[in-house]
Design a protein. Sequence first.
Length: 248
Amino acid sequence: MTATRRHAGRVAVVTGGAAGIGQAFAERLAAEGARVAIADVGDAEQTLEMIAAAGGEALAVHCDVSSEDDVAALGAAVTERFGPADILVHNAGIYPLVEFAEMTFEQWRALMAVNLDSNFLLCREFLPAMRSRSWGRIVCLSSTAFHAGMGGMVHYVASKGGIIGFVRALAAEVGEEGVTVNALAPSLVRTQGTTADPRAFEAVAASQAIKRTQLPGDLDGALSFLVSDDAAFLTGQTLVVDGGRVRS
C-alpha cells in the first residue's frame, strides 16, 4: 500500500477483483484515492472490507464479463454510484489446462469468450465516456505465456496474444482523444486460487533474473503507473512484469 493520492477523483473499474491479482489492483487504486468498482462472478466481500478498512470507497457488482447483459448492467451500476469510469482494468480470465488434441470447440469458444471477447464488450461499454471527456486509461491483462508459447493451453495463449493485438489497434484509434490503452503481462503468479503444480513455480522462478515466485503485489505498482498521468504518452504497449523471465 502507499499513502499517495495519485488517483484521487478517478473512478476505476477492476474486473476479477474479488481475489488474487485483481484484488491487489483494486486495493492499490483505492489506497491512491480512486473509487473502485469491482466486477467479478465471485464474492468480493473480502476486497470491499479491506478497502473500507483502509478508508477507501468501493462497489462490488456480480458480472460475467463474457455476457453483454452483465457488462451493460455493470456500466449502469458504476455510473449510478460513482459517475463515468476513468479507468478500466480488465484482469478477469480463465486458464484451464487442456491438450490441443483433446480440446473441443466448445472449450475453445468458452475461453475466448471470457479472455478475449470480454475486452470488446468492456471497452465498448466504458470507452465512449472516456472519449467524450478526453481522458481515460485502459489496461488489459495479457501474459508471458504468449511469449513462451506454452503447450497444454493453446486457447489461453492465443487469447493472450489476441489481447496484445487488441490494445495496439485500439490505442491507434483513441490516442488523439486522451485515452491510452495498454497491456500488462505477468508470468505465473502465486495467488490463493492458482492451481498450478508447485514444481511449476520453482521452474519458472529458476528461469527468471529475479529468482523468486511472482506475487500479486509485484504487479500493482506497474498498474498504478499505467493508469496515471505519468503514463500519458505511453499507449499501445505491453509492459512485461515477470522478474526478467522474458528479456526481449
